[in-house]
Design a protein around this ligand. Structure first.
Ligand SMILES: Nc1ncnc2c1ncn2[C@@H]1O[C@H](COP(=O)(O)OP(=O)(O)OP(=O)(O)O)[C@@H](O)[C@H]1O
Ligand SMILES: [Mg+2]
Length: 894
């Protein structure tokens, strides 16, 4: 066989297949959609893969030296097929004919114009209205990580950098749920990164490591995006964040092959400015999706979402994923919600104004991407038209935050006028078929339109004129694509056809003619229409470019509309469900009066029993909740966590009264769940989560523990649960609610004054018990597990046997209680003794100093040195905190 051609294939293929192979060699990792006339064709392995996934026929094409496997899809319907391939983990490269086949010499030039990947889809059918679609980039070095993420459908672009010890990158990735993540391939062997990626479950793009200095990277960021001085100064301190942002931009350039005008702003954020919610807690609390069904409806988001725009829905989700820590900011939101709750007229007027606003963010995205049609511009115009109604409400509004939002609203009047004058009222979906530009906007358009209109009028009148002239009463004027305009005469009337008619086509019972005059008019009409369509397309493109130039302004207004929508939604939900405005305090108090679980309440149709909750360290730190199965323990402790989250996003809460000390983190260790995909057993997962709590909770955290210790033998379980409680009580001092069936834990109260016992009330009548779902002070004495087993239909024989065994075991249990009591007393004594001989943080200190000693400065670049220094500074801060017994956590850049 001859030489090897492009892509390692032998030459001898037809020129077109050679062209295909050449292009394909540059896009090995994507399925190549190769444009051939009205189809995208796939060849070779791509054809085999795609035909199977897309369930389309696999054929073959003569490739010159062999038959080449081929399959194809109609070009206009490609989006659905692309979506399917993406869902199966493939990328798709779209290769177009980039010159007119009519004028091409030899084979038509073709180029890949775009690569579609899970993180860069723009197709409305793939994107979810109410969720973002993120493309992320992760960089990790020297104990720190940098993360950038972008949603190209909306233009949101954010970066951050953190220490691994400060904030877990896994938690941040789980929050974002990126569709695709770019990772430098040097991290393939980095101990923790592959482990993290396994849990993130998204499309991973390994890329070669960046060979650029921080200066070069910054320069690119500053030219591509508007980066002000403040931002530049921040970025300078965040080399990993810069690298991550660069990876994203570089990837976009490679896949999109065009500048996207809506990527204007780079936002920097710090995860520590938000309430930290780890991945397990997020799942356990069912903030944005139900654990079992994965549905949004049975989650907190489902209850709170009464938004009327897609932007608002996405914003609410974002708020819920990032509750605030800044009391003033939260208070501002709460005051805004309060005003909307109290002022019905304002509320209804605002809602009416917002309701008709389309998804401005994604419309702007499509404009920048070049896929917006005239209908999209019309939707933009109609949305902008609503803004003055919002602005008009300013005089009614008192709360600072609402005033700020409404004041900052850019009404975009210039853009409205432009679109109102330019875009026709009922444009078609296609952008090349005319009827897009309004009469009166452009003289040339008007002139051509008039010419075409005039010609058509002339033709309409021709029929009557010719009928009269020839006396053929059935004469008709018609049009078809092949012959253009014609005059049709039925066979019986042919003898009356005048001299100047030229025969063009013969049908079964009629003949078709043209006249010179008719052809002339036809040329005029068709010429005018062709010119008109082209001109309209050009003007439309100009209008689109004009909108793109204003992308930043549109995004700002879109953001304000989104926030107003969220505040309105929170107000409506507060009214509908009878929520109260929480009081925020600086201590770590949590006081709830007649509180309800927001989601369970909805499902229990008015039969929900409200409960109180009181925690106020240092006097009361740990509440132990015991009680029968099914009594409502888990519901109760989650309720406290959900209410805290709600308060910190600025929402009213389901209670008669709520005093909430702002929590820096919430931890919820709830129920047992296997995590087979990461190879961890139920108990291992449970202990991982417990370890995470004990290592990261602070005095300002809220901890929810549900049956910790359940995953192992009873004695192991009790011992662990006890030790964990002790640690939380004496060391961490974080507000904690602990639901348990280990009644031994109720003895904690005897030794530790900050521990309290509560139980779920039941009514016992004979052998029938009723769950009252009321939390009352004091410990429960029994679990009623066998009773629940009976309710569930376990056979009587088994129940009787279980009751016998229980009676025997209960006797022995006294021994366990006694032992636990003795151990507890000793522990409490120790805790009460002044100070502790054990110096917390000493081993870490030794380790830290050891690393400092071994530092090799000769082999370190200035940037790396800076980097090391900043990580040492952070670690030193943390150590200092440990040594002084507090939870002093130092900001890396303060
Ligand atoms: N306050 C309440 N008012 C009305 N119904 C409630 C209340 N609390 C819980 N429930 C109902 O009781 C069911 C069981 O509650 P939950 O799962 O909290 O019980 P539990 O005490 O944790 O049980 P187990 O010990 O078996 O885990 C819930 O699914 C809910 O439907
Ligand atoms: Mg439970």
């Amino acid at each position: 066989m001859g030489d090897s051609g492009q892509g390692g294939r032998p030459v001898g293929y037809t020129p077109m297949i050679q062209q295909y192979l050449h292009i394909k060699s540059q896009y090995q990792d994507a399925i190549l959609f190769f444009r051939l006339g009205d189809f995208y064709e796939m060849f070779f392995e791509d054809a085999l893969t795609a035909s199977a996934i897309l369930e389309i026929a696999l054929t073959a094409r003569d490739g010159g030296i062999e038959k080449v496997p081929m399959c194809g899809i109609p070009y206009h319907a490609y989006e659905g097929y692309v979506a399917k391939l993406l869902a199966h983990g493939y990328k798709v490269a779209i290769c177009e004919q980039v010159e007119d086949p009519a004028v091409a010499k030899g084979i038509v030039r073709r180029e890949v114009i775009r690569v579609i990947t899970p993180g860069t889809v723009m197709d409305e059918k793939v994107l979810l209205d109410k969720a973002n679609n993120y493309l992320g980039a992760l960089v990790s070095e020297h104990g720190s990580w940098g993360l950038a993420y972008i949603d190209i459908s909306t233009g949101e672009f954010c970066v951050t950098q953190c220490g691994h010890r400060e904030v877990s990158v896994l938690d941040e990735l789980i929050r974002l749920k990126p569709a695709e993540l770019i990772v430098p391939d040097t991290l393939k062997d980095d101990g923790c990164v592959p482990e993290i990626l396994k849990q993130v479950k998204c499309y991973i793009n390994w890329r070669p490591m960046l060979q650029k200095s921080l200066g070069q990277v910054l320069e690119v960021l500053e030219t591509e995006l508007r980066v002000g001085e403040d931002l530049a100064a921040q970025l300078y301190k965040w080399p990993l964040a810069c690298q991550a942002a660069y990876y994203v931009l570089d990837f976009l350039q490679e896949t999109q092959k065009q500048k996207l005008g809506h990527l204007t702003e780079l936002k920097v954020y710090k995860p520590k400015n938000y309430m930290l919610i780890d991945a397990a807690t997020r799942r356990n609390l069912e903030l944005t999706e139900n654990m079992q069904t994965k549905s949004v409806r049975a989650s907190l988001l489902g209850v709170l979402d009464e938004t009327v725009t897609a932007m608002g829905a996405r914003k609410l989700k974002h708020w819920l994923e990032t509750p605030l820590l800044d009391k003033n900011l939260i208070q501002q939101r709460l005051d805004a919600v309060e005003e909307l709750v109290e002022n019905a007229l304002l509320r209804e007027s605002l809602r009416k104004a917002i309701k008709g606003i389309y998804d401005l963010e994604r419309l702007v995205g499509r404009v920048a991407y070049g896929s917006a049609n005239a209908r999209d511009l019309l939707a933009l115009k109609q949305s902008i038209a609503r803004l003055p109604q919002i602005a008009g409400l300013i005089d009614w509004v008192h709360s600072a935050y609402l005033r700020l939002l409404i004041n900052d609203l850019d009404l975009l009047e210039d853009l409205f006028t432009l679109l109102d004058n330019g875009i026709a009222d009922d444009p078609p979906a296609g952008v090349r078929e005319g009827n897009i530009i309004k009469d009166g906007f452009n003289q040339e358009v008007d002139r051509l339109r008039e010419a075409a209109r005039h010609g058509k009028q002339w033709i309409a009148e021709l029929e009557a004129k010719e009928r009269e002239r020839t006396g053929i009463r059935s004469l008709k004027v018609g049009f078809n694509k092949v012959f253009g305009y014609y005059l049709e005469v039925t066979k019986p009337n042919l003898h009356m056809v005048p001299q100047d008619y030229h025969r063009k086509q013969t049908l079964a019972n009629a003949e078709r003619f043209i006249t010179a005059e008719l052809k002339e008019m036809e040329n005029l009409i068709l010429g005018a229409e062709e010119k008109l369509n082209k001109l309209e397309y050009e003007i439309f493109n100009e209008l689109r470019a004009q909108v793109e130039k204003n992308a930043g302004r549109l995004q700002t207004s879109a953001n304000i509309v989104a926030e107003l929508d969220v505040l309105l939604s929170l107000a409506l939900v507060a009214i509908a469900n009878n929520y109260c405005k929480p009081e925020l305090v600086d201590s770590s108090k949590l006081e709830l009066i007649e509180a309800r679980h927001p989601v369970v309440e909805k499902l229990s149709a008015g039969r929900f029993v409200a409960n109180d909750c009181h925690l106020e360290p240092p006097a009361s730190i740990l509440n132990i909740i015991t009680g029968p199965n099914m009594a409502g323990k888990s519901t109760y402790i989650r309720m406290a966590a959900l209410i805290t989250v709600m308060a910190q996003i600025g929402s009213f809460v389901p209670a008669r009264k709520a005093v909430v000390g702002i929590a820096d983190r919430i931890f919820a260790r709830v129920g047992a769940s296997d995590d087979l995909s990461t190879g961890r057993s139920t108990f291992m997962v449970e202990m991982n989560e417990v370890a995470n709590i004990l290592n990261h909770a602070t005095e300002r955290s809220l901890v929810i523990l549900d049956e910790v210790g359940r995953g192992t033998s009873t004695f192991d379980g009790i011992s662990i649960a006890w030790a964990v409680s002790e640690y939380l009580l004496t060391r961490v001092k974080a507000r904690t609610l602990f639901a348990t069936h280990y009644h031994e834990l109720t003895l904690l109260q005897e030794e530790f004054p900050a521990a309290r016992n509560f139980s779920m009330a039941v009514k016992e009548e004979g052998n029938k018990i009723t769950f009252l779902r009321k939390v009352i002070p004091g410990a429960a004495d029994r679990s009623y597990g066998i009773h629940v087993a009976e309710l569930a239909g376990v056979p009587k024989e088994v129940l009787d046997r279980a009751n016998n065994l229980l009676a025997a075991l209960e006797e022995r249990k006294q021994d366990v209680r006694q032992t636990v009591r003795e151990v507890a007393a000793a522990a409490a004594q120790k805790a009460g003794a002044a100070g502790s001989s054990h110096l917390p943080g000493l081993p870490e200190m030794q380790h830290f100093l050891g690393r400092l000693c071994k530092l090799d400065l000769d082999g370190t670049s200035p940037i790396e040195a800076w980097h090391l220094l900043s990580s040492f500074a952070r670690e030193a801060g943390e150590l200092l905190g440990k040594l002084s017994g507090g939870n002093h956590d130092q900001d890396p850049d303060s």
